[in-house]
Design a protein around this ligand. Sequence first.
Ligand SMILES: [Zn+2]
Length: 240
Amino acid sequence: MIIQTPSQNWDERVTPQKPEYIIIHYTGTRTAEEARQRFCNPDPDDSIGRISPHYMIDGEGKVFQFVEESKRAWHAGKSQWKDITDMNAASIGIEIWNTGHEFDLEDFIPAQIDALIELVSDLQTRWTIPNANILGHSDIAPGRKLDPGEKFPWRKLELNGIGLMPELLDDDSEPARQLMELPSKFYQHLAEYGYRYTQDQGVLLREFRRHFVPHALHNPDLDVETCAAILSLLNQRQPS
Ligand SMILES: [Zn+2]
């Protein structure tokens, strides 16, 4: 069941006119109620401005809807993926309540992830959204945003048919070893996959890992597993 809690923070989608992506966020708030109020506030007196996702999932797995799917919600901010700079027009935004990096970055709650899987599966079916287009806020605004963060269970989603994750390859994968010797090629592959928002390679490496190779997040160097990951993702992605 979806709880309707309409927000005034939306407008019409311009280009594209229908959602092609799903962007996952965390709220970064102490409570889900605090986030719910913020998403409904048409005139906030704080510095964040008027914001809204289409959906939010609270700590019990309850789903709240703020904006109609056909309308443009305001959750992505300044961001880019491939050549799309209006990611709000191109996507459906889902916020998951979690205190985030500013506080404790606690684990996501199984009931939240169960609800998310159900919601995203339904959205993908109804809007024909491919798995390669399920992204985190940090993917489209690397260096500016960290959510949904390295504790977000992307692999669990993938095991439920949602999103793409790298296949687990042998350490001696030859193409990955070759790529490790060619960092410029590695970053070219990240751009080919969609990463555009920043040219800072250190940031790109970190944010790519935050989503796809989280256990290597703090490795200062390019490693074979991270190289294998981008090759695997490019390989799995349906042509677009
Ligand atoms: Zn976000």
